[in-house]
Ligand binder design. Structure first.
Ligand SMILES: C[S@@+](CC[C@H](N)C(=O)[O-])C[C@H]1O[C@@H](n2cnc3c(N)ncnc32)[C@H](O)[C@@H]1O
Length: 195
């Protein structure tokens, strides 16, 4: 009995310190990559997710959609659940959100019985990804990133039928085909472009 109490007394602080160290490292990693990327993995609002899913449905019932900067995967998982004919690819270069998004999707798939195959989360840079198969690119970034994404996508896309759906930020120099205002607190705008 004494042996067990002594063991717990030794293990408890070691375990606590390990957990705190892991959480601290995870936070440092998120903050560092957010600083490097110029944006944090903040998820789009529920209203914005809803509007994006409606737009995807309106465009087609099947295809390949790339979430450029998928963060914790909440938008990608929402789209997989509400647009079941679509193959979804989430691109993220911040490891902790990427791992959590994979875990979140497995959890949702187990709970709701969704097919695990309809989403792939990749550790990729959204500025160097090919987008060759993308029918729709969805993003929630910031003005500087939209500028870079617009130029890059223009040079790379060859199909001539790709749409970009951007939450909050417009593509500089492009005329949107549609602009939807969400009914959320910030009246977030969702821009739809035919490229
Ligand atoms: C505001 S979050 C959007 C998350 C998700 N798309 C949503 O709407 O809920 C933007 C994400 O883009 C990621 N990101 C920024 N620059 C990136 C890059 N060059 N390559 C890959 N991901 C990037 C960030 O790490 C962040 O997780």
């Amino acid at each position: 009995m004494n042996f067990m109490i002594n063991l717990i007394n030794v293990l408890y602080p070691i375990l606590s310190i390990t957990i705190v160290a892991i959480l601290l490292l995870a936070m440092i990693s998120i903050v560092y990559v957010s600083w490097r990327n110029g944006i944090s993995p903040m998820p789009a609002s529920a209203q914005a997710r809803h509007v994006v899913a409606n737009e995807v449905d309106r465009i087609s019932s099947t295809g390949t959609l790339v979430d450029a900067g998928s963060g914790f995967g909440t938008l990608a998982v929402h789209l997989a659940q509400h647009c079941p004919g679509w193959k979804i690819i989430g691109i993220e270069n911040s490891l902790i959100p990427l791992w959590l998004s994979r875990f979140y999707w497995r959890l949702m798939a187990a709970m709701k019985g969704a097919s695990l195959n309809s989403i792939t989360f990749c550790n990729e840079n959204l500025y160097t990804y090919s987008y060759a198969e993308a029918d729709i690119i969805v993003c929630y970034l910031y003005p500087g990133a939209m500028d870079q994404l617009g130029r890059m996508v223009c040079n790379r896309l060859t199909t001539g039928s790709t749409r970009i759906i951007s939450i909050c930020f417009a593509l500089p120099g492009w005329e949107p085909a549609r602009v939807i205002t969400c009914k959320d607190l910030y009246r977030t705008k969702v821009y739809v472009y035919d490229i």
